[in-house]
Design a protein around this ligand. Structure first.
Ligand code: HPA
Length: 248
């Protein structure tokens, strides 16, 4: 079964026919909200709003471990994360949708592993390619069927937030090889891998990163909302096609 974690701008799925919601507890605490069960075009889907249904949980306080644990426990095999990002690479301008293939982690102080050496023996996951390649391919195919342009690949820089970056930080991240920047990609991707979940992300560029393009002097948060809304409608179209090819 496919699980979708919705980020900013996607706290609910309009095309999801909800069957029920379930409040869950996990050994790691409570997820961001009740897990929503439903169908999209008769295909079963689980949905979770990463920041809570009222969008009240900041990126550094999301209980990533509880979220992934709950989805895994409910039978999810694949997890698609939807996340908004700032575009660093020149072609990643506001409104562009990308399926990243790499991650650079700049977060700190987050609960980032299930293997903390207390209850389980230490395990080192392979993370060379942090996103599941097969799920990435399915998303790109779904986008193509839906007629929604989608950039294949790119390195996602995960920052701590909740503040946005300085222009110098963005220059540094770009030098490191980052193409886009967001606040929630980690430890989510690594935790999914630890649980054996196939995980991939749909990144929606909602602004130029700090110091770039029309964010040269400041990131204008009021325009971010106007970009986010139509872009998330396009993401819903992609998800609708994706669930059609995902029944196991
Ligand atoms: N930086 C970090 N996270 C973000 C941004 C950004 O510019 N835009 C959307 N999420």
């Amino acid at each position: 079964m496919l699980a979708i974690i919705g980020g900013t701008g996607l706290t609910q799925l309009a095309n999801l026919e909800i069957t029920h919601r379930q409040v869950m507890r996990t050994p790691y605490g409570e997820p961001s909200g009740a897990i929503t069960f439903g169908t999209i075009k008769q295909h079963e889907v689980i949905f979770l709003a990463r920041h809570g249904y009222g969008h009240t949980i900041p990126p550094h306080e999301v209980n990533y471990r509880a979220n992934l644990w709950a989805l895994h426990e409910q039978g999810a095999k694949r997890v698609v994360s939807v996340a908004s990002v700032g575009g660093i690479r020149a072609d990643l301008v506001p409104g562009v949708i990308a399926v990243p293939d790499q991650i650079i982690d700049y977060t700190h102080g987050r609960a980032f592993t299930y293997f903390d050496g207390r209850e389980r023996s230490v395990t080192h996951i392979d993370f060379t390619w942090p996103y599941d390649q097969d799920l990435r391919r399915r998303i790109l195919e779904a986008a193509s069927i839906a007629g929604e342009a989608c950039v294949d690949g790119g390195a996602y820089a995960a920052t701590q937030g909740p503040r946005l970056e300085t222009a110098a930080e963005i220059t540094r991240y770009e030098g490191d090889g980052a193409d886009m920047v967001g606040m929630t990609g980690m430890p989510e991707a690594a935790l999914a891998r630890e649980l054996g979940l196939a995980y991939a992300a749909i990144a929606v560029v909602v602004n130029h990163a700090a110091g770039r393009g029309d964010s040269r002097d400041a990131i204008h948060l009021e325009t971010v909302a106007t970009v986010t809304q139509p872009a998330m409608a396009r993401v819903r179209n992609i998800l609708e096609c994706l669930v059609g090819c995902d029944d196991d």
